[in-house]
Design a protein. Structure first.
Length: 258
């Protein structure tokens, strides 16, 4: 073990830690919105049809160490995109059918909130290994709309449908924090769930790895990698269908410890 002496904060002892990061990421999103009376919609590759979309993508993590081995951790992730395109085949979406060669406006927004308890079952001068249990709240909204020709010179009419979902998902996880050298730290975490309940059947795997330089309480800069994989079949409220969403890519972040 290397010495714990450093001019910067100690991530194994600080009571509070807040991190704000943004992503350079790729995603793979397959969705399906079934009709209101049970008609199966089209399995739809969102990224292939709408391509790379302008939008926001950021993640905020925070932790409160209320005792030596005990911690409460929270997270908020946001990923939203909007774009227009034309389809080369008909798409059944909810109670609408989108024809080919019309301009379709698509909107996609995903928010994840997490609250978890973390316990350090192994703690050394420069190392902490923890297990965690908590809940993700996934808020998902996806919609499409278009102006279509009514035929016979009758002009156009707007069609559209959207689905939204709020799903509380329990997760188990593990985490390691390790001081590499003085003010440089490794922070790695994995979380997962797989279950069927309340008309929700699916799985979630969230992995994150980062290296942080934290020379001051108010100054921390880091780089890392995050992969989030969620596959859920849902029959619930305003969303009946399928969500298969994967994003992964590098992230950069700023952190504050106190």
């Amino acid at each position: 073990m290397i010495s714990g002496a450093s001019g910067g904060p100690n991530m194994l002892e600080n009571k509070f830690m807040v991190t704000l990061g943004t992503f350079i990421l790729e995603s793979n999103t397959t969705v399906r919105l079934d009709g209101p009376t049970g008609e199966r919609g089209t399995d739809f590759d969102w990224d292939e049809n709408f391509g790379g979309m302008d939008g926001s993508r950021f993640r905020v993590d925070g932790a409160w160490r209320f005792a030596d081995r005990h911690k409460v951790r929270g997270m908020w992730f946001n990923f939203s995109r909007n774009r227009s395109t034309e389809f080369n085949e008909e798409v059944d979406w909810g109670d609408e059918t989108f024809p080919v060669d019309v301009t379709v406006d698509g909107s996609f927004e995903f928010d994840i909130y997490e609250l978890a308890y973390e316990y350090a079952f192994l703690k050394r001068e420069n190392l902490e290994l923890s297990g965690s249990f908590g809940f993700h709240l996934a808020q998902f909204s996806v919609g499409m709309s278009a102006d279509v020709d009514t035929g016979g010179g009758g002009g156009t009419v707007e069609i559209g449908d959207e689905g939204d979902l709020n799903a509380p998902l329990p997760v188990l996880g593990g985490r390691v924090i390790y001081r590499i050298h003085r003010d440089f730290w490794i922070d790695a975490m994995v979380q997962f769930f797989a279950l069927e309940y309340d008309n929700v059947d699916g799985r979630l795997i969230d992995t994150r790895f980062g290296v942080t330089w934290q020379p001051k309480d108010w100054l921390g800069i880091g780089v890392g990698y995050n992969r989030f994989d969620m596959d859920v079949d849902v029959t619930k409220n305003r969303y009946t269908g399928k969500l298969d969403w994967v994003y992964d890519g590098p992230m950069i972040f700023y952190s504050v410890a106190f």
